[in-house]
Design a protein around this ligand. Structure first.
Ligand code: DUC
Ligand code: ZN
Ligand code: ZN
Length: 467
């Protein structure tokens, strides 16, 4: 079976070109000069005239079915990966969880059981370590051998996922030896918990206090502490997740300027949404946007600095931290006490569009759009060149993107299992057209042609950014 994506402009991390993309089976086999591809007679032609052709998006940070705050994230691997496909994301890297006290391999097996046979697009796992001890350190070595090459630790959530500095250092030393990436949720959770108790004691119970009690300074402090610990661990590879604060970005930039193995991602919510406008919405509405790290103040320069960081590569990747909860029965658990609102925002369906809007707004180049949503995630997490690039030999994961289309984001039209949209009413100048996953058309003009179970598990290599 051959297929030709014809007449489009192919965008890669280093440039754009008019080219036709020839697909055979699951793979890209050639990029053809349009003047010559007329001699080819493929089984199927996809007309991409006037459209961009980009590699399928890779969302390197999702939490399908994550148990959290007395409930569980509302997207299953089925609903979440289907929504991802609609939005032009053809690979997710989800976080398997070792609960505190659990054997790491048991946590991983449970995650495989949730995902296997249910995914619409390809998927891989990072591993959350809920406890660092001799056993889990040994497990890290084993998992790297099995293609799980990144481990998330938490400086936040004492009593749940929290690791202390000694535990973090030990995990970093192990990662330095086996080549894995340490991913860090960098917020000072011990100090945050004090602020939370003080706020509740004053009767400050509404959603905005979630943000106020997690100040930017405590993200900045934790980020620079993580960077220092990684330095002590002989420059262990460190990746800061969901970076939202200017000060944290400065710490990352400084480390990078010094040539350190320090990387970071941000998420669309920190580029577009704010503490005042969303978290501070009247009544309990703000609960929709309770996530950690929290949305930041529009009166400070965070969002502007994050866009700049994306341009300069101090921020390498845009992921979603997709962790949806419905308002009904889930976010509502925190009525009268913001600390009981499950933390998370859903967005796996809209990342490609929302960051394309950054291109329209003059914040990013087309190449940087593709790099931050697809190529760099593949390179960072050991999936390149199978994923993240339009090149002969790579998987035919392609998105035909229409720069003249429009997308209106709404709960009425989205496919995520959420009873609201964090971006309700937002209009994007651009639209996902056709989506191919390993050569198969799974979305065409808003119609779904994929199926549950077609997504494959991906064993990952080490990060391409390390020597
Ligand atoms: N942050 C969230 O908002 N949700 C899940 C976990 C996390 O770190
Ligand atoms: Zn986190
Ligand atoms: Zn997360």
């Amino acid at each position: 079976m051959t297929l030709l994506v014809k007449g489009g402009t192919v965008i890669g991390p280093t440039g754009t070109q008019r080219a036709d993309v020839l697909v055979q089976g699951e793979k890209i086999v050639a990029l053809l000069d349009p003047a010559f591809s007329g001699t080819i007679t493929p089984d199927e032609i996809i007309d991409a005239a006037g459209k961009y052709v980009i590699p399928g998006g890779i969302d390197a940070h999702t939490h399908m079915e994550l148990p959290f705050g007395g409930t569980a994230a509302s997207d299953t691997f089925d609903t979440g990966t289907r929504a991802a496909a609609y939005g032009g994301t053809t690979t997710i890297i989800d976080f398997a969880v070792q609960k505190t006290g659990e054997v790491v391999q048991d946590g991983l097996a449970a995650w495989h059981a949730k995902a296997e046979g249910n995914c619409h697009v390809d998927y891989a796992f990072h591993m959350i370590l809920g406890g660092v001890d001799d056993e889990s350190l040994k497990a890290m070595d084993q998992l790297v051998g099995e293609g799980i090459t990144s481990f998330k630790l938490f400086m936040a959530y004492p009593g749940v996922f929290y690791s202390d500095d000694g535990q973090i250092l030990r995990a970093m030393q192990t990662a330095r030896e086996n080549g894995a990436m340490i991913m860090m949720h960098a917020e000072n959770g011990i100090a945050i918990d004090v602020l939370v108790q003080q706020a509740l004691a004053r009767g400050e119970t509404g959603p905005i206090h979630h943000g106020i009690t997690r100040p930017a300074a405590l993200e900045t402090e934790a980020t620079s502490r993580a960077i220092a610990l990684a330095e002590v661990a002989r420059d262990c590879p460190l990746y800061i997740v969901h970076l939202s604060a200017s000060g944290a970005l400065e710490s990352v930039a400084q480390a990078r300027d010094a040539g350190r193995n320090v990387f970071a991602e941000t998420c669309p919510q920190y580029l577009y949404l704010t503490l005042e406008d969303q978290l501070g919405a009247p009544g309990f509405e703000g609960a929709k946007w309770v996530c950690s790290t929290p949305l930041r103040s529009k009166h400070e320069s965070h969002a502007k600095d994050l866009w700049k960081g994306l341009r300069s590569n101090d921020l390498a990747i845009v992921s979603t931290d997709h962790c949806p909860f419905c308002m009904k029965d889930q976010k509502e658990l925190g009525l009268g006490d913001f600390s009981k609102i499950p933390n998370g925002i859903g967005g796996v369906e809209h990342r490609v569009d929302l960051i394309y809007q950054g291109v329209v707004d003059g914040q990013l180049s087309l190449e940087r759009w593709v790099e931050t949503i697809a190529t760099t995630p593949a390179r960072m997490f050991g999936l390149y060149p199978q994923k993240g690039i339009i090149a002969p030999g790579s998987d035919a994961d392609l998105v035909v993107y229409d720069p003249n289309g429009r997308t209106r984001i709404s709960v009425d039209t989205h496919h995520m299992n959420m009873d609201y949209s964090a971006y309700e009413g937002v209009e994007i100048q651009g639209r996902v057209g056709t989506v191919l996953s390993r050569g198969e058309v799974i979305v065409a003009d808003g119609n779904y042609h994929g199926r549950k179970g077609r997504g494959r598990y991906l064993r990952r290599g080490l990060s391409s950014y390390l020597v």
